[in-house]
Design a protein around this ligand. Structure first.
Ligand SMILES: C[S@@+](CC[C@H](N)C(=O)[O-])C[C@H]1O[C@@H](n2cnc3c(N)ncnc32)[C@H](O)[C@@H]1O
Length: 318
């Protein structure tokens, strides 16, 4: 059966969300919210974002990092990370600078995004030198970048056949402990395609953790405004039905084959961060709109889904 999905105008708007995320990250990094020596290569000079946006991104990056470290603590570096809808995420390079570099790191996004990321990597020595193996070998084949332990692969995540082929080309191993990252990506996919992808990943990797970060509580007035704003930008949330009740996300992931699923809205995450961390970032810039930050935070959530005993106890307060 032919499973080619037509390219739509909406994909361009979805692809543009990557530019947005990268610019927001650079704005927060420039102000000292967290350290990322690599984001500058992916976003040229950006205008300063509003304090609530910077703080929201801080909580997002911090929450992802907390769970990534819990995953790595349990399985060490003999593991793989698969970054779904990776955009210009710099996690690979940031981990490489710590002792926590992983065995294999695979990044997937639309070919137009991975082609640009590949181009940026090739042009910047600081990025390139971190993906070269001892022989300095980096292979670019059919637009995809392969090196020892890092693979950047173009595909539409809605086409399961393509995802399978790309994961195989990237050397994904079924038996390795696997961290799956889906940061603001599944929500842009048609629900059936996203569900098929989740089922495939859960069935393929018996020892895995999925970190899913996306909108939640969209059923209220604030949520309606968020949806309207996105729709005006040509970027409707195809998967919004899973972002209304927090329970809907949990049920969907259990239905896909994950064994434990827990979800926290970002306001809860923010309040659970170590007091020192919160005090440090609160001192970085004045925030007049406290209520707005709280509203924003309560409309995003991090959801952690696991398979395998090793990961069953991952927790926000671990
Ligand atoms: C909001 S950006 C997030 C990027 C990155 N995960 C981050 O958090 O910085 C969403 C990304 O998902 C990608 N994406 C959305 N739908 C996709 C699909 N069907 N196949 C491949 N990539 C997709 C977009 O191209 C974009 O890079």
């Amino acid at each position: 059966m032919n499973n080619i999905i037509p390219w739509t105008g909406e994909d361009d708007a979805v692809i543009a969300t990557n530019t947005d995320a990268t610019e927001c990250k650079r704005s927060a990094v420039e102000l000292g919210y967290w350290k990322d020596d690599y984001i500058v290569y992916f976003a040229k000079h950006v205008d300063r974002k509003a304090p609530e946006i910077n703080r929201g991104y801080y909580a997002r990056v911090k929450a992802m990092e907390m769970f990534i470290h819990q995953f790595l603590e349990r399985c060490g570096t003999k593991c793989q990370i698969i970054n779904l809808g990776c955009g210009y995420d710099t996690l690979y390079w940031r981990l490489k600078d710590t002792t926590q570099a992983v065995g294999n790191f695979i990044e997937l996004d639309f070919p137009s995004v991975t082609a640009k990321k590949c181009h940026i990597i090739k042009r910047n020595k600081q990025l390139l030198e971190k993906i070269c193996n001892e022989d300095g070998e980096v292979v670019i084949r059919s637009g995809d970048l392969h090196s020892d332990g890092y693979h950047l692969l173009g595909c539409d995540l809605c086409c399961l056949g393509e995802v399978r082929r790309k994961l195989e080309a990237g050397g994904a191993a079924r038996d390795a402990p696997t961290l799956l990252l889906a940061e603001c990506v599944l929500v842009y996919m048609q629900p059936d395609a996203a569900q098929a992808l989740l089922e495939h990943l859960a069935a393929t990797f018996p020892r895995c953790v999925l970190l899913l970060y996306e909108q939640c509580n969209l059923g209220d007035k604030f949520g309606e405004v968020m949806l309207r704003n996105l729709s005006v930008r040509g970027c409707a949330l195809a998967g919004e039905r899973y972002c209304r009740e927090p329970q809907a996300q949990v049920q969907r992931l259990l239905g896909a084959g994950f064994e434990t699923v827990r979800s926290w809205d970002m306001d809860t995450v923010w309040r659970a961060l170590p007091e020192d961390d919160r005090a440090r970032v609160e001192a970085l810039e004045m925030l007049d709109e406290r209520e707005l930050l709280q509203q924003l935070n309560s409309h995003y959530a991090i959801t952690v889904a696991t398979r395998g005993e090793l990961f069953a106890d991952l927790d926000l307060n671990a």
